[in-house]
Design a protein around this ligand. Sequence first.
Ligand code: KG4
Ligand code: ZN
Length: 376
Amino acid sequence: MGLATLQAEPREGGEDSTACRPLKPILPPPDPDLSTSTTLILGIESSCDETGVALYDATRGLLSHGLHSQVDLHAAYGGVVPELASRDHIRRLLPLIRQIANQADVTLDQLDAIAYTEGPGLAGALLVGTGFAHGLGLALDIPVIGVHHLEGHLLSPLLAQPAPAFPFVALLVSGGHTQLMRVGAVGDYELLGETVDDAAGEAFDKTASLLGLGYPGGPALARLAEAGKPGRFKLPRPMIASGDLDLSFAGLKTAVLTIVRKQSLSDADRADLAADFQAAVADVLVAKALAAIDRVGAERLVVAGGVGANRELRRRLLATAETRGVGVHFPDLQFCTDNGAMIAFAGAMRLHSRRAAGSFGVRPRWPLTDTAVTSS
Ligand code: KG4
Ligand code: ZN
């Protein structure tokens, strides 16, 4: 499809644009120092079950963004079905991009670069965004840059005002990863500790399933926990006193499984158990995040990834950090879970750091520490 067709074509019938989350007003650029010479960048996220796109302008900030969640598509299966995810990304990507371009009143030939999620994630889903980005980049003759999904999460709090200054400790808590990193600059990431088994989001999802809640489990469990009181079930705080910065959540999920198997639970019991689980995860994350801050002598903590949307975790982190004089930075709630804005922004930062644009390919498995910035 030619570019002219791409811009002129009306939105396809049957595309449910109302399924996209509402767009927030334009955000200002995070910091003049972070501006890039590349002005307008399109970001594409398609690593898992959300199609996210955004237009980020180095001088004007985030112009527009759009998201289509596949939650309804996968709900019947209790989890993400990779093939369905890929097909849905194909269906959603172009209409979403048209929508955000219209909203920002820009045409695609005004783009200076395209950033897309290169990995880690589902190979087929990643290939959709990668193929689209490279095709459009070739047509427009502009740089195309592959972004590490976790780097997108990690830098997403810099989209907020005030943006945290480097260096900081980052607590990355998503569905697939739970890591503590020291972040010195874009591309300067030191892994301080990580989960030895389940990720925090994975533990939320699995525990939600044990409590009879649907997919995705994290937000559902958090809602149920609001109706309960923590403390009754005395769940463990795995590895809280291990002396290192690693974490573990598999045992917590098993403890919930043991309770669920042993007794029949009323709705009130389930709410209390959910509150207990949430408190246990938050306790461990807060303790380890503060230990990481002490270890590297950081003054700022940045929290990113889907579990960063958890209100109880946010409340506890803020309360504890305040007593220690540590600044805590969260992304805007809508940018905690997967989105295109974080990819556009990370791409802009990478181009600013003069990392060469990548070749075509996806990296379903990709350690974040393997993303060092190469100076030119
Ligand atoms: O960062 P993300 O959108 O995707 C990955 O990169 O994995 O994170 C998704 C994870 C899921 O496990 C989801 O259950 C969890 O974040 N999550 C939450 C909340 N919102 C999303 N967990 C706890 N409380 C929430 N409010
Ligand atoms: Zn993510």
